[in-house]
Design a protein around this ligand. Structure first.
Ligand code: GYE
Length: 350
């Protein structure tokens, strides 16, 4: 009887244990299923998700200059230090590649999208898609031209208009010196190598410079040509300009160091002494340009820092954590000229 009871009990106990295990298993599945679903819901990948494990999709516009390479490196380094996963897509200088990259980040449901827009126009649709997916977008380095500014969350980058102003301010000072060697009706002839057509640094560096220079009749801008921020095109453009204006160019204003370096190569091949025969003003501040400034082969380097990585990661974290953050932030920048003491200027890092 006892045996039967024991048997009965054991018969009864076996399914009981399996039932508990089964229930526990189902509970585990439900819990893990729920938490995965939470992570995968686009609306939840933005504010409120775990800031310690951010996945950031970064659409870089290309690798056209030392500035750009320094910028990509700064982003990668900062992401590593913050413990974030950074997915980098190189747009190779094409807007359509950048749009495709942003779409892939939306499909992947990253926590934050960062992009450096190659040009100002044409982003509304893809940004609308990111907004609908609930993914915050940080615009870095360059600005865009858009009616609905709610389509991006924040902007972080240099003040390119101010850079144009800084270039002009240096030239206004230099002009007093140049005037001494000029006859009465002579003017200071400038050629300008501008950046990528339709890009915000090209537009703003042009504007900032012209707002000061055009109202001063000591100056005449002979021509502005786009060298697309590339060293090779800077070379090409300078060759053409020297052919067209063999003895007239007094000043070169170049929107980035890469084009400046290409232009200087051509001048030296033609027996022209850069920094003396032609005054050189460049923007960026990469190591090679600062070295030439110290040697007297460039007269002025307007700083534009690509080291934005840390600030971008902090911003991404603040946005996702729901903390207050500045909608627009700009790093401090300087301007190095032949009139400054450059002996304490440290390595540039790009
Ligand atoms: O000056 C240039 C780069 O957008 C500020 O892009 C950036 C510019 C930089 O190609 O070297």
């Amino acid at each position: 009887m006892q045996k039967e009871w024991q048997q009965g009990r054991s018969v009864f106990r076996k399914p009981g244990r399996s039932l508990i295990i089964l229930i526990l298993l189902i509970l585990c599945l439900i819990i893990s299923g729920c938490s995965r679903k939470e992570k995968e819901t686009p609306a939840d990948t933005g504010t409120g998700s775990d800031p310690g494990s951010l996945v950031i999709g970064f659409s870089q516009l290309g690798s056209e200059s030392a500035w750009r390479l320094g910028n990509t490196e700064s982003m990668e380094q900062a992401a590593k230090e913050h413990g974030f996963r950074l997915i980098v897509e190189n747009g190779m200088q094409k807007q359509e590649n950048q749009i495709a990259a942003i779409r892939s980040f939306i499909a992947y449901r990253v926590d934050v999208i960062v992009f450096a827009p190659i040009v100002e126009d044409g982003w509304a649709n893809v940004l609308q898609e990111a907004k609908e997916a609930g993914i915050p977008v940080i615009m870095m380095d360059r600005l865009i031209n858009i009616k609905d500014s709610d389509l991006y969350t924040a902007y972080i980058g240099p003040d390119h208009y101010q850079e144009g102003v800084n270039a002009a301010k240096y030239l206004l000072k230099k002009a007093d010196e140049l005037e001494e060697d000029m006859s009465e009706n002579d003017r200071i002839h400038i050629v300008e190598l501008s950046g990528t057509e339709g890009s915000s640094p090209m537009i703003s560096r042009f504007q900032g410079f012209h707002d000061l220079i055009d109202r001063d009749d000591r100056f005449e801008v002979l021509e502005t040509v786009s060298g697309d921020f590339l060293r090779s095109k800077g070379r090409e453009c300078m060759q053409k300009l020297l052919k067209k204006y063999p003895d007239e160019i007094d000043v070169l204003y170049s929107h980035n160091d890469a084009m400046t370096l290409g232009a200087i190569e051509v001048m030296e091949e033609e027996g022209i002494e850069p920094g003396k025969d032609i005054v050189i003003i460049s923007v960026d501040g990469e190591q090679a340009a600062v070295d030439l400034l110290k040697e007297g082969r460039i007269n002025c380097v307007v700083e534009c820092s690509p080291m934005l990585g840390d600030a971008v990661m902090d911003l991404a974290q603040a946005i996702v954590s729901g903390e207050d953050y500045p909608r627009i932030s700009r790093p401090e920048e300087s301007c190095f000229t032949e009139y400054d003491d450059l002996s304490s200027l440290g390595p540039r890092g790009y």
